[in-house]
Design a protein around this ligand. Structure first.
Ligand code: HEC
Ligand code: HEC
Ligand code: HEC
Ligand code: HEC
Ligand code: HEC
Ligand code: HEC
Ligand code: HEC
Ligand code: HEC
Ligand code: HEC
Length: 289
């Protein structure tokens, strides 16, 4: 019995250790570079990722979803990177306000490390600096049929972190609700996947393992006519998604204008329902039932 309990204890301890370990690995998985030492307008102010991320357990997105671009020394290119801005709650002052962290008008020397500190940190930075890298494993965006895997490894070859964080994505999984409409409008993945910078968003299967079409018919109840059932079951088996999306219809029920007048002119459903590709628009009962 004792042995059993011991074994159980051991297993649970191992699990705890294992979990701890994976958390640690996850943290190590993401490399954020070494300390950053600012030199403008004054030499020399230190920012330590280690102290903030490991010491204070701050999430990446506490700083990299708008406050700071993940690119060393980018902030000091801006003319308002000074104490005045900090006092107004910008940059480091977003936290160093006397509430979240020690105020910017106190303990000057903790941030301003002086000439000696600068020399010492230069040596340290060289020895601890690492090439910044995002999560090694692909991350999943969304859930269910439409979920998409995103690989940092393949994107990092061509882009710095600041290309995507924070203007395109926050530095935290699951914070954004990505829709195809937004992608087509040039947001999120669509900032590049527009057929120019990278393959177009119409190449569904390059991002989706399988493309999720609605399983039940979309039902419309127009005024002055019987209801219309539009079935993806049939249409998506005979055509490719991008035969209709988004050339003819947006990918959202009720999002497209669907008027008979337009159909008679060969638009909307009338693009195909012209009596040649498919039954004619004048065959009212085909659609209105
Ligand atoms: C408390 C704020 C804060 C947190 C939390 C934080 N960072 Fe940073 N990070 C910064 C600042 C400040 C810079 C430098 C930006 C500048 O100088 O304009 C920076 C720069 C970077 C860089 C660029 C490094 C280089 O050498 O160019 C990367 C990559 C980075 N951060 C990743 C991360 C990751 C990953 C996390 C989470 C594990 C994280 N950061 C958490 C504030 C933070
Ligand atoms: C998201 C909030 C946040 C931002 C932004 C932030 N800090 Fe901090 N910082 C903290 C917290 C929390 C602590 C620890 C609290 C304390 O000691 O009062 C801390 C501590 C520090 C320390 C002491 C570290 C140590 O080893 O004891 C320094 C130095 C520092 N920050 C500098 C900066 C600089 C420079 C910037 C801007 C480039 C900055 N911080 C931006 C939250 C932040
Ligand atoms: C939370 C960190 C932090 C604290 C605390 C801090 N500073 Fe700064 N300071 C900065 C940053 C960041 C800059 C801009 C980068 C640079 O100049 O290297 C800066 C720049 C400056 C500058 C040049 C720009 C300007 O505003 O004129 C002066 C002067 C300065 N600090 C003085 C002080 C004094 C005096 C104190 C204490 C009363 C102090 N700082 C406390 C972070 C801090
Ligand atoms: C081509 C765009 C792109 C580039 C470049 C990029 N990322 Fe990301 N990153 C993303 C996306 C997308 C997410 C997930 C956002 C979401 O789910 O809302 C993400 C999330 C993250 C996360 C959060 C992971 C989690 O599980 O919460 C970290 C950390 C991260 N990135 C770090 C980096 C670092 C460090 C770099 C530079 C070495 C980088 N990223 C470069 C697109 C990019
Ligand atoms: C900053 C620009 C940029 C953003 C933002 C971006 N990509 Fe990419 N992506 C590229 C480039 C460039 C390539 C390589 C060229 C190509 O294949 O057309 C690529 C390649 C890919 C590939 C093929 C390589 C691989 O990883 O298998 C996939 C899949 C992909 N991206 C998915 C996404 C998804 C999903 C998003 C949004 C979460 C996204 N990308 C956001 C620029 C970007
Ligand atoms: C560049 C990568 C990329 C391409 C190409 C792409 N998607 Fe997506 N798609 C995404 C991402 C990321 C999401 C968000 C995942 C989630 O939240 O489930 C998404 C979500 C969706 C959704 C659910 C949300 C919504 O907007 O309805 C559908 C349906 C969808 N995609 C269909 C398609 C179809 C059809 C195509 C081709 C015409 C396509 N996708 C091409 C990246 C892509
Ligand atoms: C013959 C044309 C056609 C084809 C092919 C087609 N769709 Fe659609 N789809 C539509 C129409 C019409 C709508 C509704 C638009 C509206 O109401 O504005 C729609 C709506 C959608 C919606 C939104 C459903 C909702 O409830 O909001 C999704 C998701 C979708 N389509 C995915 C797909 C996918 C994935 C494919 C390929 C496998 C595909 N469609 C192929 C015509 C088509
Ligand atoms: C890309 C071409 C195309 C578009 C666009 C299109 N259809 Fe069709 N549809 C067809 C073809 C081909 C058939 C099969 C031949 C036939 O029955 O006329 C068909 C068949 C049908 C049928 C009978 C089969 C079934 O699924 O019950 C209905 C109803 C229908 N379509 C409604 C619509 C409506 C409503 C729209 C617009 C929202 C539309 N279609 C847009 C090509 C299209
Ligand atoms: C290919 C399928 C299709 C055929 C055939 C069709 N309709 Fe429609 N009809 C629709 C769709 C889809 C809507 C829009 C539903 C909505 O948005 O609520 C619509 C809307 C309408 C409306 C209300 C809005 C408007 O545009 O006036 C009337 C009235 C109407 N149809 C009458 C007819 C008549 C009469 C015929 C035959 C001459 C016919 N329809 C043939 C698909 C069809």
């Amino acid at each position: 019995m004792k042995k059993l309990i011991l074994a159980a204890l051991f297993v649970s301890l191992a699990t705890i250790l294992f979990v701890e370990n994976t958390v640690l690995n996850a943290a190590e998985d993401v490399l954020y570079g070494g300390d950053i030492v600012y030199t403008k307008p004054v030499k020399s102010v230190i920012f330590s990722h280690k102290a903030h991320v490991e010491g204070k357990k701050l999430d990446c997105d506490a700083c990299h979803s708008g406050l700071f671009d993940p690119k060393a020394l980018k902030a000091q290119e801006k003319s308002d990177f000074n104490m005045d801005s900090l006092y107004k709650g910008k940059y480091c002052g977003a936290c160093h306000n006397g509430k979240t962290a020690f105020a910017s008008n106190t303990q000057c020397a903790r941030c301003h490390i002086g000439v000696k500190g600068y020399a010492a940190s230069k040596q340290k930075t060289v020895s601890t600096a690492s090439v910044p890298a995002g999560p090694k494993q692909p991350i999943t965006i969304g859930s269910g049929d439409s979920a998409v895997k995103f690989s940092h490894a393949s994107h990092e070859k061509s882009f710095g972190c600041d290309e995507c964080h924070a203007n395109v994505f926050p530095m935290k999984s699951g914070k954004t609700k990505v829709t195809m409409e937004a992608i087509y409008q040039g947001q999120y993945c669509g900032a590049c996947h527009n057929g120019k910078k990278a393959f177009a968003s119409s190449e569904c299967l390059k991002c989706h393992a399988k493309v999720p079409a609605p399983k039940t018919p979309l039902i419309y109840k127009p005024k002055g006519a019987a209801p219309v059932n539009f079935s993806h079951d049939f249409h998506a088996s005979a055509f490719k998604c991008d035969d209709c999306h988004k050339k003819l219809f947006v990918m959202q029920k009720g999002g497209s204008k669907m008027k008979m007048d337009a159909m008679y002119e060969g638009k909307s459903c009338g693009k195909c329902h012209d009596g040649k590709t498919a039954s004619s628009v004048s065959d009212c009962g085909k659609c209105h039932k």
